[in-house]
Design a protein around this ligand. Structure first.
Ligand code: ADP
Ligand code: MG
Length: 238
């Protein structure tokens, strides 16, 4: 049971506000998509949730506990990036085991956990493969498995499928949704693709210039856009 609360989060770079007092409640087991054009502050918000960026103001709470000054490795969050996140000199199992070893897990427990998450992402038996032998889609599955192995309370994904072709993107989207629902893991998914957000989200948070334009269910965002910006953005096919 994990909820995420953002209270008036703010962040500026070089005198420019890129995140302007963002407040949001993500319920236990909910999948929220942060949707907005490039530069709207999506990644910055996600990095503040994960602890990779310190806010200038506001707070990040997980299950009501203030995480704002807690370093990333001590937060119950797991992050998946668009690409280049795996260690290419290690095999698949090594990539997943790395974080588990840091936590002092036994070899046997690690082996079991690695197998378990590989099954979860549809890569059973791929432990000994080298990262460079894998397709882009398989690499993103491994990145997801590596995050899930650490059993985060909150899963954070920053355009994880953006570098894949459309067909694969849609397939991985379905798989992610299935895994997310099976685990019931509270998830924040960043995307600039409205089709992706509409297909995935329990709730969509539309961002413009670092501020929330509208936060609502996909159906209501689609049928009752609150602003011209939302209407225009949702109406555009990518
Ligand atoms: P998005 O993920 O929606 O594309 P970002 O959060 O990456 O947006 O960036 C929002 C704005 O903040 C952009 O104008 C970007 O150039 C700026 N920005 C992000 N990170 C940094 C940084 N580390 N230093 C300076 N500017 C940054
Ligand atoms: Mg981004």
């Amino acid at each position: 049971m994990s909820s995420l609360t953002l209270q008036g989060l703010r962040k500026g770079f070089g005198g420019q506000d890129v995140v302007k007092s963002v407040s949001l409640e993500v319920a236990d087991g909910e999948l929220v998509c942060l949707l907005g054009p490039s530069g709207s502050g999506k990644s910055t918000i996600l990095r503040m949730i994960g602890g990779f960026e310190a806010p200038d103001g506001g707070a990040v709470l997980i299950d009501g506990a203030d995480m704002t000054r807690v370093p990333p490795e001590k937060r119950p969050t797991g992050m998946v990036f668009q690409s280049h996140a795996l260690w290419s000199h290690m095999d698949v199992a090594g990539n997943i085991a790395f974080g588990l070893r840091l936590r002092g897990m036994t070899r046997a427990d690690i082996a079991q956990k690695v197998d378990e998450v590989l099954v979860l992402v549809g890569l059973e038996g791929y432990g000994k493969r080298r990262v460079w032998q894998l397709s882009g889609g398989q690499q993103q599955r491994v990145a997801l498995a590596r995050s899930l192995a650490l059993e985060p309370k909150i899963l954070l994904l920053d355009e994880p499928f953006a570098s894949l072709d459309q067909h694969l993107r849609e397939r991985l989207r379905e798989e992610l949704r299935d895994i997310q629902q099976r685990l019931g893991i509270t998830t924040v998914f960043v995307t600039h693709g409205q089709d992706e957000a509409l297909a995935l989200a329990d709730r969509i948070v539309v961002l413009k210039d670092g501020a929330i334009e509208q936060a609502d269910t996909p159906a209501r965002i689609y049928r009752q856009p609150a602003t011209r910006f939302v209407a225009g953005f949702i109406g555009t096919m990518n």
